[in-house]
Design a protein around this ligand. Sequence first.
Ligand SMILES: Cc1cc2nc3c(=O)[nH]c(=O)nc-3n(C[C@H](O)[C@H](O)[C@H](O)COP(=O)(O)OP(=O)(O)OC[C@H]3O[C@@H](n4cnc5c(N)ncnc54)[C@H](O)[C@@H]3O)c2cc1C
Length: 354
Amino acid sequence: MMVWAAIQFGSPAADRDGAEALLAAQQLGLTGGRDVGCLAVTPVRDGAVGSAQSEFRGLLAACGIRRGALLALDGRRGLDADVIVDCLEPQMTGRDAAAWVFPGSAEWRTAAARLAVRLGWPVVGEVIEFAAPDQLAAMGESGAGPACGVVRPAFGGSLLAIEALAMPCLVVIRPRAFAGGPPEGTAIDPEQVDLQPVSGVSGQATGAASRVTVVSAEERQSDLPALGDAEVIVSGGRGLGGPEGFELLTRLARALGGCVGASRAAVDAGWFAYESQVGQSGRTVSPRLYLAVGISGAAQHLAGMRGSRVVVAINRNPEAPIFGACNYGLEGDWREIVTALLDEVGSAGPGGRN
Ligand SMILES: Cc1cc2nc3c(=O)[nH]c(=O)nc-3n(C[C@H](O)[C@H](O)[C@H](O)COP(=O)(O)OP(=O)(O)OC[C@H]3O[C@@H](n4cnc5c(N)ncnc54)[C@H](O)[C@@H]3O)c2cc1C
């Protein structure tokens, strides 16, 4: 039995999500000594199926994955959960899969739940790691047939739970939990990739099945990077005291080449947009640098930024829990500290000075 990743491919955001799912599938494959395959769905225009096939072959070769299948949907602009479910269901049963690994984006999470019901397989979300068979055995989970061991946050991120799922199963990963590319030396020659033919799916058919009509699409207007892509995030909480505080944080974020995040308390108060909320009921982020400004460090907030490489906390309360979850703690009034940081790094742009 193999591990399969199911991904969308062909747009920058989808490619990043897909790369994470591929990496996760490879880790799961290694954990259980299983081969890995990848089934991708891609919208194409004007019959450009051939070039999509060759790009997909290149992607698999770069990751060292020898088996794949591509569903090219001619004439579609994007994918929604309906389309993903319709495309994948007939493809998922005949592939001798131990587990299917899905990206953690909203469409794929929704599709995973529906596919699990249709196929009668277990599904699990928010997976951040896999448990080795001996870990499962130590938990007494090896008796009832082959099991897939996953690790995911529980109780608002204050604990990590190891769970065992009967195979075949569906595994949805947590966004940004599997970062980095394939290990060096895993690439193979594109000719070594076996691209299996896919039948029974047409862009037309899945278009008819979709219950979603895209009326219009608006590009996000901001000169700062999106939260999920930012290497630096400057996040503000209730300690800022009001929406004006975010103006100073935006200047600091711009100076550092990053973007602005917010705690739920700040979002609930209407000081900053929900799309920037970090945490259990917001976004999960894993930047290189996360500055938590006037944020106490509740478990639900930590659940969303725990994967950050370096965390700097600014808080006037030495007892604030965030000081137990940071690499560097700056105790004092946030405005004084952020102003001093701005003086130091400059507010004209990354690397620039005032
Ligand atoms: C189901 C559920 C889901 C949730 N999801 C999320 C989520 O996704 N994200 C999230 O953030 N929260 C979430 N929460 C809420 C979470 O429990 C906390 O209430 C919230 O994170 C608190 O936000 P805060 O740290 O900004 O505010 P507070 O806890 O009020 O902390 C403010 C901090 O600012 C400091 N401060 C005050 N003045 C200054 C100053 N002048 N200078 C420096 N520091 C100062 C204070 O010492 C304090 O530590 C969730 C809760 C539940 C129950």
